[in-house]
Ligand binder design. Sequence first.
Ligand code: GLA
Length: 380
Amino acid sequence: MDRDALKKRFREVYGREPEALYFAPGRVNLIGEHVDYNGGLVFPCALSFGTYLLTARRKDRMTAFATLNFDHAATLDERSFTSKPSAWERYPLGVMKEFVDKGYDPWGHDLLFYGDVPSGAGLSSSASIELVMAVMLNDALGAGIDPVELARMGQRAENVFVGMNSGIMDQFASAMGKAGHAIALDCATLDFEWVPLAMEGHSVVVANTNKRRELADSKYNERRGECEEAARALGQKVLCALTPEEFERRAGEIPNETIRRRARHAVTEHARVEEAIAALKNGDLPRFGQLMNASHRSLKEDYEVTGVELDALAEEGQKLPGALGSRMTGAGFGGCTVSLVANDAIPSFIAALGEKYKALVGLTADFYIASVGDGAGKIE
Ligand code: GLA
């Protein structure tokens, strides 16, 4: 939807002109899954699709929430911090609460959201809603909060207000994305580097299983708990501080076999990300692809967050001509895979994988060629 169409919709909903337009992107993670909350390295990039937000100030201290994605709309005041609505507006409300905690008054806006990230696909539609709200309030209130802190506020909104114990990766990528670059982010320190996506005739292809991520939130929180248990057994603050060799020497200190496998994933995934970033910098895309495949296997066997749909897309994708690597991306349990594919092989890759997936799983996959965009900000 273009800007004029969005503005027209704002006029239809609120009967007046919007005063400003903001955008925050979704993200795709190239490698480094389920390591952000273990103090590891991740390597996401911001997408050119995400969430738009049109706004106008109100005279009262109410805020109106509407979206072009769902029918549900609401006009709320500060009592909603206690009553905690269960619909989509809990994401921006959680961000408003973060501004209150910093001493600001975030009320008094008419808001119209529009997201073009497929929702529930593991491409961070929720982080993009949080970040678009955070950059809007930061601008409207003249708060001058830096983008990394806005990302943290988005994460806290999700952890505290929404109740999903996510790490920092998605919000960080949405806040700090840069067109044509992936973000090498050390989640233990939040040190980061923008690495040019020099792909020599290859592209990042995202494939959506179109399987809803049922129970994903509770399973996600369960995995986090398992990693904390492993770290306690090893007397480590964060699992990713260990090298794979150190881990193997000490793995016996974790009595439970399942917990040991969860920790093994985190430790080896962190090492794979280090190597993958070096491979990309050296122009060794085939090695990058192999590490993506190894990441998927580890997420399937040790971390157990894939499922038949993600396995079919990733494993069949890995076999196709022109594909250097393929893996699940995001939290798992459904959602998307990410593949590195030679540009001239993309049409045949999409056709063959779509057909194979339909035959194996009975669902139709959607494919997008990722276009890597900038982080959250004001458009006009
Ligand atoms: C979700 C979370 C992130 C991260 C990924 C898995 O997207 O929001 O913090 O943990 O899962 O890598």
